[in-house]
Design a protein around this ligand. Structure first.
Ligand code: ZN
Length: 410
């Protein structure tokens, strides 16, 4: 699989699993979450779980006790399949989840987190404990941050949702109240020299801290009160490679660490736009093909796109994150086998040919199914979020499945 696509896929899988896990509620306190850092020995985790298992025999409700013990059992047998804990650790969610009627169903999710798990954690609750994972974004979007006025400057990095302060320093620019005896003109001149030195120092600091990361930065955000920040940008104190990355300036009340937080908050819309630039560009490329008289190099709709992928005719496959469907393979006792896309799938259904009760032998997320298919043709696949107007249109107007083609198909 193309490396880019596999990152897309891992991100999709993680997001998808999280969406499901976050919404699960148990009957009682019987859903288990286990966070295991890479440094932890599996044998220690096993010992911990055996202890929890024996303690659970004190649980008053028999059904809760049975479910907790079942979940611990299931986690332990899953852990036996691991030789070592992966680099970032693993997170296991396991428990009996209510289904229609009085039925329950055992769910188990084993996630490879995009960021490292640092502490071992065991929770048993009526919902899964997901907070530590919420802030982990698989593809780290990085921005440079500068908050500046004439008194101080703070430089930092926004990575995912985290703000890291890299440098903070004060200027030598005198405050506006003037010392007695100095001429106003001379004083103004001193202020301007000090300010120039301070802006230059800030620019140099930005070069030291940001230049080697500039390639990975989506942009640089500049904040501060008043006009100083705009002056700093306009007068070219930043290295030209960094200058190109400046998204915009934003008003903030402060220029310290808190100022960086304000900056990120106030730049939220601009950040969202930047994050979506690539997705928007792909959809716009698709739309410009669709607008051509003969439909250009576009295809949309599940069947046509599937056919185009099978012909090896797809340049970029576009799948909406909003596609909540299953691709199932059905087999009936009378020998009928077929594939079908459905909104939701149970284990059984009736055969579309003869009506007999049939078995679903394969049940895949539709996006996963397309991913697998595209993989065999080495086709570039992009998951499109619903966070932009273009992404929303892909879902509502084109059913969430489209392709930009290499060549026209009949
Ligand atoms: Zn049949």
């Amino acid at each position: 699989m193309a490396e880019k696509s596999s990152v897309e896929k891992a991100r999709y899988d993680f997001k998808k699993a999280m969406q499901e896990i976050v919404n699960i509620r148990g009957h009682g306190t019987e859903l288990i979450s286990v966070y295991i850092p890479a440094s932890k020995q599996i044998s220690d985790v096993m010992a911990y779980l055996r202890d929890e298992y024996s303690q659970s025999s004190n649980i008053k409700s028999k059904s809760t006790m049975k479910n907790v013990q079942g979940a611990i059992d299931s986690i332990m047998s899953r852990l036996k399949t691991f030789k070592d804990i992966p680099e970032n650790g693993i997170v296991i969610f396991c428990g009996e989840v209510p289904r229609a009627g009085d039925q329950t169903r055992m769910v188990q999710h084993v996630l490879n987190p995009p960021d490292a798990i640092t502490a071992f954690l065991y929770r048993c609750d009526s919902q899964f404990f997901t907070e530590p994972l919420q802030s982990m974004l698989l593809d780290k979007k990085m921005y440079g941050l500068i908050a500046i006025d004439r008194q101080e400057a703070t430089l930092g990095i926004l990575s995912g949702n985290r703000i890291q302060v890299l440098s903070h320093f004060e200027s030598m620019v005198p405050r506006k109240h003037r010392q007695g005896g100095q001429s106003a003109q001379r004083f103004e001149r001193l202020i301007e020299i000090a300010a120039h030195e301070f802006f230059k120092k800030t620019g140099d600091k930005a070069t030291d801290l940001f230049l080697d990361k500039a390639q990975d930065m989506l942009g640089i955000l500049i904040g501060g009160p008043g006009a100083t920040k705009d002056f700093f940008v306009k007068e070219g104190y930043l290295h030209h490679e960094l200058q190109k990355k400046v998204v915009d300036t934003f008003d903030t009340g402060y220029t310290d660490e808190y100022g960086l937080k304000e900056l990120v908050e106030n730049a939220k819309d601009a950040i969202q736009d930047m994050d979506l630039v690539k997705e928007k560009a792909l959809i716009q490329r698709l739309f410009s093909e669709i607008r051509k008289q003969d439909g250009g190099l576009s295809a949309y709709g599940e069947d046509i796109v599937r056919e185009a992928v099978n012909l090896g005719a797809v340049d970029v496959l576009l799948l909406s994150e909003g596609l909540n469907k299953r691709r199932i393979t059905v087999q009936c006792p009378n020998g009928h086998t077929y594939e079908q896309t459905v909104p939701d799938a149970d284990e059984k259904c009736s055969c579309a040919v003869c009506g007999t009760t049939a078995t679903i032998v394969k049940n895949n997320d539709l996006v996963d199914d397309f991913f697998e298919l595209a993989e065999t043709y080495n086709t570039d696949t992009e998951i499109i979020s619903m966070d932009s107007e273009e992404g929303g249109m892909l879902m509502t107007a084109f059913g969430g499945i489209a392709a930009i083609l290499r060549y026209k198909i009949q």
